[in-house]
Write a protein that binds this ligand. Structure first.
Ligand code: AMP
Ligand code: ZN
Length: 109
């Protein structure tokens, strides 16, 4: 784990909404929706481009964790988003999934 990675640190010692099985969900510090959660895998890869480094079963469990996080947050309809690279809006270089529900501000589309 890179010692200077914010999300490796938050995975290990953050204030989690839920954590299980190599994945954690936290509240985004700068929410852009009524509900704005981030799902962080324990495994450090810098971007979604590198998702192929995950074993297939871990990808399946990661997506299931995203869906379960939304369900536990009481969301039925919502948006799941990954920003890829600086040009795609990525600012923290540890793969993470945004889960956005309710009214959204400043989101595309
Ligand atoms: P991205 O821009 O897709 O890389 O998303 C990074 C997200 O992390 C942004 O939405 C930030 O608001 C959020 N963020 C940055 N620092 C923290 C923190 N300490 N705790 C929770 N969320 C954070
Ligand atoms: Zn990391």
């Amino acid at each position: 784990m890179p010692s200077d990675c914010l999300f490796c640190k938050l995975y290990a010692e953050g204030d989690h909404v839920r954590k299980a099985d190599g994945f954690a969900a936290i509240k985004d510090i700068n929410p852009r929706a009524d509900t704005h959660l981030l799902v962080i895998p324990e495994r450090h890869v810098e971007t979604f481009r590198d998702v192929g480094e995950f074993p297939a079963d871990e990808v399946q469990r990661m997506l299931a964790f995203v869906a379960e996080t939304a369900r536990e947050a009481g969301l039925d309809d919502y948006r799941v988003m990954v920003n890829v690279g600086p040009g795609g809006g990525q600012t923290v270089f540890h793969l993470h999934w945004h889960v956005l529900g309710g009214r959204m501000t400043g989101m595309p589309g």
